[in-house]
Ligand binder design. Structure first.
Ligand code: Q46
Ligand code: ZN
Ligand code: ZN
Length: 317
């Protein structure tokens, strides 16, 4: 297989685009395409202040690298979840990348902020029925928005790739989760109630493309997944979608793009309007919520702290 641009040996063949490229041309192609997506979906502009959620994994570090190469002003945000070895190693990776590339990184630690790590909190709340992902997702979303608001950032970006997006889309379609489908897309607009704009500049890249990019750029990242990711439904969906992609190259991309076109033509519009009209401000933290009084984040963490005190009192008695 030869590179379409220079005829040298190809480093990657992207069957969904019928495009093979050598290492050098692939490393140019990724930022060019990213810029195209940023403009196409009006994610942010040249002068925007961008907060980039960094997990230490390949996608977020690749995105940070690409946005830097494109000349955007970025600050990384690492959220310490307190998941043993995994959190320690992923923080190290994020910090190392920031130092080596002379980039700003803000680190927020959940246990310092709220008094318990994510695994501890999940044992002290009904939310997620003992599995930490629910409280983890809620906490990450809340903290990203909080740091973005307090720091006056224009947009929060995440490294979600097409495989992530399609797995979520597939899961939501199986359940006809209309509320979630209405919100899914390359951009989540800011709201008057204080939700900062969110964007996913890598949403059209296959995971193998972001993996190839980090490899060819020599970016070190944490290879291990979070231990709680094992057995997740989204991983099962990813495997199923990969099997279908094997037989029909381009299926994942076309599923996602057809969904975006359907949305553009008005599908779910009613649901989006309804969701926006329901947003209120949380009386405790001031962040937007669909609950009438206190947001899910404050309710969950208040509950965790109360149970923590009760458990401790029980222990000392
Ligand atoms: S939600 Fe669940 Fe992830 Fe949090 S607990 Fe780990 S697997 S990190 S994307
Ligand atoms: Zn080439
Ligand atoms: Zn709140």
């Amino acid at each position: 297989m030869r590179c379409r641009k220079c005829g040298e040996k190809a480093a990657i063949n992207m069957r969904q685009h019928k495009l093979a490229l050598c290492g050098t041309h692939f490393l140019d192609w990724i930022p060019e395409q990213t810029q195209r997506f940023i403009e196409k979906y009006r994610m942010f502009g040249e002068d925007s202040r961008i907060l980039l959620a960094v997990s230490g994994g390949k996608d977020s570090l690749a995105l940070w690298d690409v946005l830097q190469r494109l000349g955007y002003q970025t600050t990384g945000l690492y959220i310490g979840l307190g998941i043993n070895e995994y959190s320690m190693r992923s923080q190290e990776m994020a910090e190392k990348f920031a130092t080596e590339n002379d980039l700003n990184l803000t680190v927020v630690d959940v246990a310092d902020e709220e008094g318990a790590t994510i695994p501890e909190a999940s044992k002290l709340t009904e939310r997620g029925k003992g599995k930490p992902c629910s409280v983890c997702g809620l906490t990450k979303r809340h903290m990203m928005n909080r740091v973005a608001r307090e720091g006056g950032y224009d947009v929060v970006t995440t490294g979600h790739n097409l495989d992530d997006e399609v797995a979520v889309l597939f899961g939501n379609t199986l359940n006809w989760a209309v509320g979630y489908l209405a919100r899914q897309g390359p951009v989540l607009e800011e709201t008057a109630a204080g939700l900062v704009r969110k964007a996913k500049p890598f949403c059209r890249f296959y995971e193998r493309e972001t993996a190839a990019y980090t490899l060819l750029r020599g970016i070190n990242y944490i290879y291990e997944e979070c231990p709680y990711a094992e057995g997740a439904t989204s991983i099962y969906h990813k495997e199923l979608l990969n099997q279908m992609e094997e037989v029909r190259p381009g299926l994942k991309l076309s599923f996602y793009l057809s969904f975006l076109r359907a949305k553009e033509s008005g599908l779910f519009v009613q649901e989006s309007t309804l969701a926006k009209s329901k947003l209120a401000q949380c009386r405790t933290c001031g962040q937007p919520t669909t609950a009438p009084d206190q947001c899910a984040y404050c309710r969950t963490w208040d509950g965790v702290r109360k149970r923590r005190v009760t458990t401790r009192e029980g222990e000392t008695r």
